[in-house]
Design a binder for this molecule. Structure first.
Ligand code: TRP
Length: 361
């Protein structure tokens, strides 16, 4: 049998995905960006183990797809990618990521001012934690944009609140940090922790700073406090989202994740999103798909597009287990309310292995 590389596998998925959500005109561009970012991880045969146990996806594929369903019927494709060095370790992966960022900046009009302002905080020479720099490539019919995810725990878990505080201060959002603190989901608890700090690398009124928190053993009800930091968040929608997608009172498996969006330097979060790791709470992807479809219908979004994208990515029957639909999220407020569905590439079989969570393979 012919040996398939990760690049070939994800190229085929991307071609199907783009074709099915009206982004066919962008597919060559998207594939070339992904190939560039995947680097040595992409040219490797899929019969070999992943070069690095990336935390991007359960099976360590360093790429995850997501599709944001918009109210106007359009869909945005996004790719989450971790750059892996030829000889991967936390330092060399960061160097590979920074080199890839330079290449992206030659190709696209990126604005890296805000990243530069927090770079020494979040990108130290000796990064710790599960990752230091992830990319999100955001593809619409109009353009291709870049976002970076930084890790608040990159200097150790205990320093995460300090890094987020200092990062927001440097970006002129010190008041925003106070708002987050006042709206901690469960005050005094160590079960809520800062997990991602994200920056849009463009300089427009719509460019965002996003702060994510992961909430272990949490209920959706517990997150009302946190959501209330954003004037446009709606408790009823939040509760309904939890009931439709997760259906549990308390999520004891993978944590619920929330994010607050800061737009235009304003201290009040313009948006609040909740991400539910549905794969941990369903028997299989047929169930995950049915629940996600119900959510889209509830919000008047195009559920037929969901069926098309799931079909574009899957390489197995949905009934064979969970994992293809990794997270489902509800976005409230600005810039755009809606639903986003996260899909695993499952290039390495989809399920988590029993080994270490991240590290060299
Ligand atoms: N795989 C990790 C997780 O499930 C990180 C991650 C990837 C993630 N995509 C995400 C976390 C979407 C929240 C939402 O936690």
């Amino acid at each position: 049998m012919r040996v398939v590389s990760l690049n070939e596998y994800t190229d085929a998925q991307l071609r199907r995905l783009c074709a099915r959500i009206g982004l066919a005109s962008r597919v060559d561009e998207v594939c070339s960006v992904v190939t560039d970012l995947l680097g040595p991880a992409g040219t490797r045969a899929l019969t070999d183990p992943p070069l690095w146990r990336s935390d991007v996806a359960d099976d360590h594929t360093p790429l995850e797809y997501s599709v944001a369903f918009e109210q106007d019927g359009s869909a945005t494709l996004r790719l989450l990618v971790e750059c892996v060095a030829r000889k991967p370790n936390p330092r060399s992966n960061l160097r590979a990521g920074l080199a890839a960022l330079n290449r992206l900046a030659e190709r696209y009009p990126l604005s890296t001012d805000r990243l530069e302002a927090v770079r020494d905080l979040f990108l130290p020479d000796d990064p710790r934690g599960l990752f230091s720099l992830w990319f999100s490539i955001v593809v619409t019919a109009a353009d291709l944009r870049v976002k970076v995810y930084l890790n608040p725990e990159v200097r150790g878990a205990h320093r995460a609140p300090g890094l987020v505080s200092e990062g927001l201060h440097r970006l002129g959002l010190g008041e925003g940090f106070r708002t987050l603190t006042e709206h901690t989901a469960r005050p005094g608890s160590t079960l809520d922790r800062f997990s991602f700090f994200a920056l849009d690398l463009d300089d427009t009124p719509r460019s965002r700073v996003k702060v994510y928190q992961s909430h272990d053993r949490c209920s959706v009800r517990d997150l009302r406090r946190s959501a209330a930091a954003c004037g446009d968040a709606d408790d009823t929608q939040l509760t309904e989202f939890g009931a439709l997608v997760g259906g549990l009172d308390c999520y004891e498996g993978r944590p619920l994740v929330s994010s607050h969006t800061f737009l235009g330097g304003q201290a009040e979060p313009s948006g609040f999103s909740l991400y539910l790791p549905v794969r941990d709470y369903v028997r299989d992807d047929a169930v995950a798909l049915a629940r996600t479809r119900a959510l889209l219908v509830r919000h008047g979004l195009d559920h037929t597009a969901l069926d098309r994208v799931v079909d574009a990515v899957r390489d197995r029957p949905l009934e064979s287990g969970p994992g293809l639909i990794a997270h489902v999220s509800l976005r409230m407020g600005r810039p755009r309310p809606g639903v986003t569905v996260y899909l695993s590439a499952e290039a390495y079989g989809g399920t988590a292995d029993a080994g270490a969570r991240v590290g060299a393979a």
